[in-house]
Ligand binder design. Structure first.
Ligand SMILES: [Zn+2]
Length: 259
């Protein structure tokens, strides 16, 4: 697992699986842990990483309800979980889904965990809205389209945007569940002014990246989604994201957009 400090108050760890990111953000005497890495050894290291940085984690935040982002309880077993209303609703309406998806991954890669995944009932945060951390505030913005739920988190004082599964340098826009192209495009429009102000952007997978690169990815993703609506299967993938795996995601997006 790779860990980097983006600011005196922000540390990002990137998982070996899917390059999933976990962001620790601190203000005053409090810190939040946003999303999670995936492998047990990585989850075990996160509290030490927080300690080393002098961060006291008082809560977990999840950008959305996909299983690969909600494993924070393995790192901080007592911490309460906060998320968007849309995410809390999804966790309630899909009971056991995250656990099942995690188990499928673990079976495929022979991963053993110390205990089953506990997902405490989540605290519903006002989105759009503000969340206090220490003597600062995090700005929460809805981020839907990839799935039907989610939020992006803007730490203005640090100029860091944690955006969930958008603006990834390694993954093309992915439509899942009740996610839609129009909601995705609306999220990109909402994120754009924050990306312009950001020194660093932390996508759910890959990164962190600087604001200029994130802005370029935003333009590429918008062009891809517009082409997906217009041309379907013939839509061009962003140049740096044309691997076989990304083509599979594209094929799934074509099927998804047709429904
Ligand atoms: Zn994800």
């Amino acid at each position: 697992m790779r860990a980097v400090g983006l600011h005196a108050d922000v540390v990002v760890a990137t998982s070996r699986a899917y390059q999933t990111t976990c962001t620790l953000v601190r203000a005053g005497a409090e810190a939040f842990c946003i999303d999670s890495p995936i492998f047990p050894d990585e989850l075990e290291i996160v509290p030490a990483l927080a300690d080393q940085a002098g961060f006291t984690v008082v809560g977990l935040l999840a950008t959305h309800a996909d299983w690969d982002h909600v494993l924070g309880r393995y790192a901080f077993p007592e911490a309460p979980l906060g998320c968007a209303e849309t995410t809390a609703a999804r966790l309630v309406s899909e009971p056991g889904n995250a656990q099942r998806k995690m188990r499928e991954f673990d079976e495929e890669f022979y991963v053993e965990r110390p205990r089953p995944l506990s997902l405490p009932s989540a605290q519903r945060l006002p989105v759009p809205g503000k969340l206090e951390v220490g003597d600062r505030e995090l700005e929460l913005q809805p981020a839907e389209g990839h799935t039907e739920d989610g939020m992006a988190i803007w730490a203005e004082w640090a100029r860091v945007l944690v955006c969930g599964d958008y603006l990834s340098p390694v993954e093309i826009p992915m439509l899942q569940g009740k996610g839609t192209v129009s909601a995705y495009l609306a999220t990109l429009a909402r994120l754009e002014p924050l990306v312009e102000q950001a020194d660093h952007v932390v996508p759910g997978h890959g990164g962190p990246i600087d604001g200029v690169r994130a802005a370029a990815i935003l333009r590429e993703d918008r062009a891809y989604l517009e082409a997906l609506l217009e041309d379907g299967e013939a839509a061009q993938l962003p140049l740096a994201r044309r691997t076989a795996e990304q083509r599979k995601i594209h094929a799934a997006n074509v099927a998804h957009a047709r429904v």
